[in-house]
Design a protein around this ligand. Structure first.
Ligand code: GDP
Length: 137
């Protein structure tokens, strides 16, 4: 069993598709082990995306991620990191496979509906960024 972090981003929360996205996880063997709705501060978003600091889109990404509430979740299941990435689809929704979350709900390469940890190591760090042990059930 693995745990991974998922974020339903501000575009998808604003569109009212939280439930539809959660259904993709639950229907595909990923259990919601922790969940909360929050609005990231600029400092939190900068820290969470620090790995992209040198990328040209960093400032825009921080602005977008703080533009409205998000839903952060701990997903648990077999191969949860890879399975979540498969359900999400490619970063650019135009390139995402049919039936993936990004193909169905994302607007653009930036406003792309969901975040998902891209490795088990990053998953551990990202889960710890948002959740303490008592919040994971
Ligand atoms: P992910 O792992 O599929 O989310 O993709 P990355 O780690 O490469 O990028 C992190 C996030 O930065 C993406 O999910 C997008 O929200 C945003 N992003 C990535 N590439 C671009 C880009 O070229 N332009 C803009 N504006 N945002 C981008």
């Amino acid at each position: 069993m693995e745990k991974t972090l998922s974020i339903i981003k501000p575009d998808a929360v604003a569109k009212g598709v939280i439930g539809k996205i959660i259904d993709r996880f639950e229907s595909n063997g990923l259990r919601i082990a922790g969940m909360k709705k929050l609005q990231l501060s600029t400092q939190q978003a900068e820290e969470f995306y620090a790995i992209h600091k040198e990328r040209p889109f960093y400032a825009d990404l921080v602005k977008f991620m703080t533009s409205g509430p998000v839903v952060v979740m701990v997903l648990e299941g077999e191969n949860a990191v890879k399975k979540n990435r498969e359900l999400m689809g490619a970063t650019n929704p135009k390139e995402a496979d049919k039936g993936t979350i990004r193909a169905d709900f994302a607007e653009s390469i930036e406003a792309n509906a969901v975040h998902g940890s891209d490795s088990l190591e990053n998953a551990k760090n990202e889960v710890a960024f948002f959740f303490d042990g008592r919040e994971i059930l």
